[in-house]
Write a new protein. Sequence first.
Length: 352
Amino acid sequence: MTALADILKARIARTGPITLADYMADCLMHPTHGYYATRDPLGAAGDFITAPEISQMFGELIGLCLAQSWLDQGSPAPFTLAELGPGRGTLMADILRATRTVPGFHAAARVHLVETSAPLRALQAKAVPDAQWHSDVTGLPDAPLFVVANEFFDALPIRQFVRDGDGWRERMIGLDGDTLTPGLSDPAPLAMLEHRLADTRDGDLVETCPALPACVQEISQRIATRNGAALIIDYGDWTSLGDTLQALRSHDRTDPFAAPGAADLTAHVDFAEIARHAAPARFTKLTTQGVFLERLGITERARTLAATLQGDARAAHITAHRRLTHPDEMGTLFKVLGLYPATAQPLPGLDP
Ligand code: SAH
């Protein structure tokens, strides 16, 4: 067991069961014992690996997509170039490198990173020296906003509810003896899940993400009124149905309640919820990562890079291309949703 487990057990013993969102928030961001608050979890040696860590091509294509949107909207200057949950800063560094030759882009860009983890902020500062940091999206300037979020929304805490008649039972974390154990609250009607009564049946489990609506609205407001675009990339689907809570440790799945603070906890992203809160901005069709990257020209880019490589480096590069795009790897599980102003074209690679 972990130090955080003892803290959570004492808290539950004192005040009763806690929501899954409260549990996740402490597991991920507790100031002294939280998973992200205390380490760099990314990369081959960490607990999981993300698209920008797999290949530079990912960030290059995201950069060109955002830059093309910026050009399409008349090159507003100055503008905010932002990333939510930038991890090691690799994606933003690749975006900046790939856009160096876009006329005026760097001169107009002000880089803003939204990050709560102190160790990851330190790594980001090395990769992206001239950035400004914020703990949440409310701190982003009121200016044109071109923003990317890769595997950010999946790290936001979720609540889970099981349908019971026209009411819902919430999955709460309590104690069974001395063990952290999920249980169910008594059923109650819930206004915020009214719209899910139409597409669920008795016993179905749905997930909500309490921080998502305000986060999406903050971004959409800036994009709709000041210009800009958002690329939201994550694993998940149009609508959440079923338990998608997942714990990863050293690249393996583990019990989410076994070692709080020592494993990464994520849930699939419910893209319909992002779309539901996108107004006044518009949202694109949900597109798989494989199709999106193909449309942006990843295969051509991969060939060009392959020509400069030999031996193991070349083999690794070919594997990386496959991992990002193939349906058996990240190509289909990961989805891309774009947000854009009603006055502009959707982002390259995405359909209205
Ligand atoms: N985008 C990066 C990292 C993904 S891991 C990549 O693709 O490699 C999730 C990132 O989101 C980490 O940087 C984590 O510290 C950050 N994060 C998680 N919850 C957050 C929150 N509530 N506010 C800000 N950043 C958060």
